[in-house]
Design a protein around this ligand. Structure first.
Ligand code: ADP
Ligand code: TRP
Length: 330
């Protein structure tokens, strides 16, 4: 396995994972388990830029453990962990901070958006991309599967790695983003990007009834059943497309354009298609989600594996800047 390329990604425990997370990140990341050595983690240090309730932090962390477990991440062969169990990453963040230009961080979309909206911005939010660079570089990652909204963060990681390598000598692998082009950005029930922050999500794991209700809430135009409709601009169709074969998509597109099809029908078909894909994993999700002891065991085993690598790479960086190597336990 040592010769395999390493893939790494993280997801914040900021709410129940949704189908945008699933299609944009979780599913492609899990598929890479076949060909890569995978490091996937729960980005709780990042979540702390916004989450203010410790109970929520714990519960939402468990939602993600149960999600990856139910979807069959192989915890033996690969590494799944909680970011804050590897504090080495915060030390590397400091080292990287000292080579990161302010101007780079000032250009970050997340910061600029928050600033434009007049939101209160903490230093953690401003420094978010440096912590993310540290996450990626500390595991010698080659590829980072993420949704399109993370593209800029990956570019910043590459910039920071190159700058450090230039100043101190070859130290870090310069990683590549891996973005599924046909998934790109999944719309939510209101047509905007599906996001926990807009409360427009279709839940990945919920009861069948909740999933169906959420699909029925997807906003459509007000055309009547008889009217011809346009699949390319329909929010429901964009989601249907992700869960159906090209043949099925062709058939439904014909029905859209012919008129005589109501949105209720394609919503029902979309619900069934989603349910056919994720339904088989639902029981496993709820079963593991009910077992905190098991989830903590999974996290502890992952953290031990992650810390070993992180300490090694951190020592490489410490040595480069003129610090002494440390053994992580002392
Ligand atoms: P959210 O925007 O709901 O807070 P996160 O920022 O936690 O989601 O995203 C976790 C992962 O899921 C990232 O890789 C992100 O790119 C991906 N992702 C989030 N929303 C979508 C979406 N609507 N379409 C595609 N990928 C998405
Ligand atoms: N910023 C990512 C998001 O909002 C989460 C994340 C944190 C991440 N560290 C990472 C993703 C490292 C990939 C690699 O979705």
């Amino acid at each position: 396995m040592a010769h395999r390329k390493r893939t790494l990604s993280g997801i914040k425990p900021t709410g129940v994972p949704h189908l945008g997370n699933f299609l944009g990140m979780i599913k492609p990341a899990l598929a890479l388990q076949e060909t890569h050595e995978a490091f996937y983690f729960i980005a709780d240090y990042h979540a702390l830029t916004t989450v203010r309730n410790p109970q929520e932090m714990r519960e939402q962390t468990y939602d993600l453990v149960a999600t990856f477990a139910a979807l069959k991440m192989d915890f033996e062969r690969h590494t799944f962990f909680r970011q804050s169990d590897v504090p080495q990453v915060t030390e590397l963040t400091w080292i990287l901070s000292c080579v990161t230009p302010m101007g780079l961080l000032e250009r970050a979309h997340a910061y600029k958006d928050a600033h434009a909206k007049g939101q209160e911005i903490n230093q953690g939010l401003f420094a978010y991309p440096v912590l993310m660079a540290s996450d990626i570089l500390i595991y010698d990652s080659h590829e980072v599967p993420v949704g399109r909204d993370q593209k800029q963060h990956l570019e910043m990681t590459r910039d920071i790695a190159q700058r450090f390598n230039h100043l101190f000598g070859a130290t870090f692998i310069v990683p590549e983003a891996r973005i599924e082009e046909q998934v790109a950005t999944i719309p939510g029930t209101d047509g905007r990007k599906m996001s926990k922050s807009y409360r427009n999500e279709l839940p990945l794991f919920s009861t069948e009834k909740e999933l169906r209700n959420a699909v029925m809430r997807i906003v459509t135009d007000s055309k009547s059943v008889e009217d011809a409709k346009d699949p390319d601009t329909c929010n429901v169709f964009q989601i249907f497309r992700q869960f159906s074969s090209p043949q099925q998509q062709k058939e439904w597109a014909v029905r859209y354009r012919a008129g005589g099809m109501g949105y209720g029908e394609i919503k029902q078909a979309t619900f069934e298609a989603i349910n056919a894909e994720i339904g088989p994993f639902r029981d496993a999700f709820f079963q593991i989600r009910d077992n905190p002891k098991k989830m903590e065991e999974i996290l502890a085993a992952g953290a031990a594996k992650a810390r070993r690598i992180a300490q090694e790479v951190l020592n490489r960086a410490r040595h480069r800047v003129g610090f002494m190597a440390r053994n992580g336990d002392s």
